[in-house]
Design a protein around this ligand. Structure first.
Ligand code: SF4
Length: 357
């Protein structure tokens, strides 16, 4: 086992799994201290970015992600719906903005968008952006030309999760492989959009594999701007229903190690937050989480309502992170070529495709 890595503000892309595992194995107070120290180097720890996620096309997905109630092959009771009208999406976006969201993520349960889908989604992006919200989409695998078309429409972020460690991936998804995900992320980066990319824990993976997920994320060519860490929401009818629950402290450790490994990224509490106590969420914020989904249903699983979140923010002395408009057009990335800007600008996207809800 490697010695725990020292706290550093340097962005690294050469993390070894053993180093991250060593962080996981620190006494929890020590791990929290290290993560909180890194968090303060780059962010105001009292600010939490707030995003809203709307499913603009639900269910009927041909993929076989073992956690997902939207896969048509699983009998989960999710009714497939067609792509929403732009007007209906806009109404939801206005509500999200009024409730304090700074980023609006639109998710569609597709393997990948078809050519005919792109103009419709592009229209939604343009209209939502015109409201003054940051925009994010999660539409499945993306070809290079589609990525450029979405960027041209004004898309700020694209969500595409790695889901889990490369060596556990084959236990969860069989209809596409890890390289497909990496290719989509490359197209998103090449088009100049920010990436939202994280994973899901509590799917039966080992701690070493949780470290492997974070290693894969941190060693991408650029750290994802947003890193949603989802806790599995077990849905009856999916293959993962009945999986042993992850120890909540292990979830906190995962957040803390993500914060240390990707110090300038927004680390987001995503799917699974509804079932977390206020105290567990507070521990996650201490561990460096600084983004949440808020309000609207998190795809097809529930999310704490706005009032509960506002009350929790008030009790903890937290405040929503404002949209930084200057970052809405600059293709800013939190590392990689041309970066150098540190941080606390951004808002967040969704845990979809591999999305976690
Ligand atoms: S996670 Fe995305 S790609 Fe996988 S089954 Fe669900 S909607 Fe389809």
């Amino acid at each position: 086992m490697s010695a725990p890595a020292p706290v550093s503000s340097d962005l690294r892309h050469d993390w070894q799994r053993g180093e991250l595992l060593a962080l996981f194995e620190l006494p929890l107070p020590e791990l929290l201290h290290r993560a909180a120290s890194v968090h303060r180097q780059h962010f105001d720890p009292a600010q939490v970015q707030v995003s809203t996620l709307l499913s603009v096309k639900t269910g009927g997905c041909p993929e076989d992600c073992a956690y997902c109630p939207q896969a048509q092959r699983y009998d989960t009771g999710v009714q497939a719906q067609k792509l929403m009208d732009t007007a209906a999406v806009l109404e939801k976006a206005r509500q999200a903005k009024a409730a304090g969201a700074s980023r609006f993520c639109m998710g569609a349960a597709w393997r990948s968008p078809k050519d005919r889908d792109i103009p419709k989604v592009a229209e939604m992006i343009r209209e939502v952006k015109a409201l003054g919200l940051e925009t994010c989409a999660t539409l499945g695998m993306l070809k290079a030309d589609h990525a450029h078309a979405l960027k041209d429409a004004g898309l700020d972020y694209y969500n595409h999760n790695l889901d889990t460690a490369p060596d556990f991936y084959g236990d969860i998804i069989h209809t596409r492989d890890y390289q497909d995900r990496l290719d989509t992320l490359e197209h998103v980066r090449d088009a100049g959009m920010k990436t939202c990319c994280g994973g899901i824990v509590g799917m039966g993976e080992s701690r070493e594999q949780r470290a492997g997920l974070l290693q894969a994320l941190a060693n991408l060519p650029a750290h994802p701007d947003s890193v949603p860490i989802n806790r599995l929401v077990q849905v009856a009818g999916t293959p993962l229903h009945g999986t042993a629950e992850l120890d909540p402290f292990e979830f906190v450790r995962t957040i803390a190690v993500a914060r240390i490994a990707m110090p300038r990224s927004m680390v987001r509490l995503s799917a699974g937050r509804e079932s977390m106590s206020d105290e567990l969420q507070a521990l996650c914020f201490l561990a460096g989480a600084n983004s949440i989904f808020y309000g609207e249903k998190l795809l097809t699983t529930g999310n704490p309502d706005v009032e509960r979140d506002q009350a929790l923010f008030a009790r903890l002395g937290l405040r929503p992170m404002p949209v930084q408009m200057e970052n809405m057009h600059d293709g800013h990335r939190n590392d990689g070529p041309g970066s150098g800007t540190v941080h606390a600008d951004i808002t967040e996207p969704a845990p979809l495709c591999g999305r976690a809800a």
